[in-house]
Design a protein around this ligand. Structure first.
Ligand code: CIR
Length: 254
């Protein structure tokens, strides 16, 4: 599968008040803006046409656009994010998705689901039960996916914020895993690369059309991904890391 498009949202100044458990210090907004612009350039250099949505000051975490929608082929699904302060982010993602998809499906209350808890390996989709995604949200996703012939596997989680905080599929059976997912039986059949604890943030690296976007500052993971045969593109996302945000959450790719 090749990606041709991405949707991102420019960070708003309120970004500095986004949800965080990282304890990495205050967010430098100007730096975040620059890092976001560089991230967009990296996507474009990999051949994607990028739609950049306007900043939304009312929603500090709205730049983490991956959490509010899911895309599987011609199917667009608007989620119901589990954090109250993020719930309204779904309103303005709808028109952006309707530019590309003729109709949308929804995750509805009492179901909650963050896109960061959903990982696809192509023929199979995994959803993590986290503090943001509940069983009803996962079940609703399962119903939507069944209609398009995709299998959903539900993964119990213990520590991570989102499923993709700790596990990310590249392609050709290659999987990055860290923390609670290193020994998870559900992914025993994959060619797993363990991301060491000190570099756990880099487990959220993103495969795009044969290359892998990797966050700056994680040399062991960078070279492990290169050894798998991928061209690595390094992007600095330090300001988003301060808000528990990884590379995948900054875009919807399709
Ligand atoms: C949040 O807590 O919702 C944001 N500060 C970070 C969201 C990161 N999203 C993701 O990993 N998919």
């Amino acid at each position: 599968m090749m990606f041709t498009r991405a949707i991102v949202r420019t960070p708003a100044p309120s970004l500095v008040k986004g949800i965080s458990s990282a304890d990495l210090g205050p967010v430098d907004f100007e730096r975040a803006l620059q890092q976001h612009a560089d991230y967009v350039l990296a996507l474009e250099a990999l051949g994607l046409a990028v739609t950049v949505l306007d900043a939304e000051e009312a929603y500090p975490d709205s730049t983490f656009v991956e959490d509010v929608a899911l895309i599987f082929g011609a199917t667009g699904i608007v989620t119901n994010p589990g954090a109250l302060s993020r719930n309204g982010e779904t309103i303005s993602i709808r028109p952006a998705l309707l530019e590309h998809f003729s109709s949308l499906s929804y995750i509805s209350p009492p179901g909650t689901l963050d896109g960061g808890d959903v990982m696809s390996t192509g023929d199979c989709v995994y959803v993590g039960l986290s503090s943001r995604t509940n069983r009803s949200g996962a079940e609703q996703l399962g119903v939507h996916l069944q209609k398009i012939g995709l299998e959903l596997v539900v993964v119990e989680m213990k520590e991570m914020l989102h499923l993709k905080t700790g596990v990310n599929y590249l392609d050709q059976g290659n999987l990055l895993v860290t923390g609670e997912f290193v020994e998870a039986p559900v992914w025993k059949g994959f060619n797993r690369t363990t991301v060491v604890r000190d570099e756990a943030y880099a487990a959220n690296s993103v495969w795009i059309n044969g290359s892998v976007l990797v966050p700056a500052g994680f040399p062991q993971t960078t070279s492990a991904i290169e050894q798998l045969g991928y061209q690595v593109v390094v992007v600095d996302t330090s300001e988003f890391q301060k808000l528990d945000g990884g590379l995948s959450c900054l875009s919807l790719r399709f």
